[in-house]
Design a protein around this ligand. Structure first.
Ligand SMILES: Cc1cc2nc3c(=O)[nH]c(=O)nc-3n(C[C@H](O)[C@H](O)[C@H](O)COP(=O)(O)OP(=O)(O)OC[C@H]3O[C@@H](n4cnc5c(N)ncnc54)[C@H](O)[C@@H]3O)c2cc1C
Length: 305
């Protein structure tokens, strides 16, 4: 691990102050949240910041709250651990808690923030597919005031987002959702822990009656395209059809056909595509069967495949 060059660290107490520091000191500055991506970039990937603006003293960026209309607001500094164990999230969207619980180790989750996971814009970011199927919005503080964008339009490419220099991601908003919404997130990484997703699949759906006729469905894929994506062809396969092995299989095939994975040290493109097919089917069927509470790690792993 490389010893970093010296750089200045600022610790503002407000969003306004943080933005001003960035404007005043000019290029070469980075915002710091949990540091689990930034510290690695500095120590192992040769990033040399001129200065760092630490956001952690800005109280307004923290917390998770439920509004009267049923929407949820997650502060950008909410840690993965907080998202994982939040009562309101576990009750309403257990698959989102689970996606946060899939990140690294407990030490990493105690530092890593949801805002950092999104701002870093890695295609394999674990919480992003679950947030995409919840149609989350992202709020940023910019030079021209606050902006809200759908998470789906936030990413421009690996490591690239719509944020401009000096913009701060402040919160993630999950709109009100039906109490009957059911979902699932499956992270595929053969090492099981402390590894990035080779493929991530999230599903959220609403069904009618005992027959499980699909009324609404959203499917999102991670790590198989330059940005996390909605699998709309796969969704179209299911709408107004009974969800069963056969329709889930066809939706899996559609998802595999619309993603654009690459080959890298972790997996070949063909293997990733295959796992999209298999895990989209599994996620759909798991979502329909329901989730028995917030399962511990081993139980989650056992029921995953
Ligand atoms: C050992 C290890 C295991 C990991 N495992 C996983 C894993 O399984 N799954 C996974 O998805 N990730 C994993 N990660 C990556 C990392 O933990 C997550 O991406 C984490 O959520 C990043 O959040 P952070 O608060 O640490 O971000 P930081 O490192 O503080 O910041 C990351 C980037 O985002 C910018 N940024 C942060 N917050 C804001 C903000 N509010 N506004 C504007 N810009 C901001 C920073 O300037 C920086 O460029 C792992 C990392 C490590 C070191």
């Amino acid at each position: 691990m490389k010893r970093p060059e010296p750089f200045e660290i600022f610790q503002p107490a407000s969003i306004q102050e943080a933005r001003e520091l960035h404007i005043h000191h000019g290029p070469g500055g980075y915002f710091l949240a949990g540091g689990t991506d930034l510290a690695i970039a500095i120590k192992e990937k040769g990033l040399v910041p001129r200065y760092v603006v630490d956001l952690k003293r800005i109280g307004s960026l923290s917390g998770i709250r439920e509004n009267a209309d049923g929407s949820l607001v997650l502060g950008a500094l909410a840690t993965m651990r907080e998202v994982e164990i939040s009562r309101v999230i576990s009750r309403r969207f257990p698959f989102l808690s689970q996606s946060a619980g899939e990140v690294g180790s407990i030490q990493i989750r105690n530092r890593a923030t949801i805002g950092g996971n999104i701002a870093n814009a890695t295609p394999s970011a674990d919480v992003v597919p679950a947030l995409l199927v919840l149609e989350a919005q992202v709020t940023t503080s910019t030079q021209n005031g606050e902006k809200q964008v759908p998470l789906e339009s936030f990413f421009l490419g690996p490591g690239k987002t719509v944020m401009e220099r000096g913009d701060i991601l402040t919160e993630i908003i999950i709109p009100p959702a039906s109490a009957n919404l059911r979902g699932e997130y499956i992270k595929f990484s053969p090492r099981e822990m402390m590894d990035l997703a080779y493929v991530g699949v999230a599903v959220a759906l609403l069904t009618d009656g005992d027959e499980n006729v699909c009324r609404e469905v959203r499917i999102a894929l991670g790590a198989v395209s330059p940005v996390p994506m909605r699998a709309r062809k796969a969704e179209a396969v299911l709408v107004n059809r009974v969800i069963n092995e056969e329709s889930a299989e066809r939706a899996g095939e559609a998802a595999a056909s619309e993603c654009t994975p690459i080959s890298d040290v972790r997996a070949s493109a063909a293997y990733r595509r295959h796992m999209v097919r298999v895990n989209t089917k599994r996620a759909i069927l798991n979502a329909v069967c329901g989730r028995p509470g917030n399962l511990p790690w081993v139980a989650r792993r056992e029921r995953r495949y």
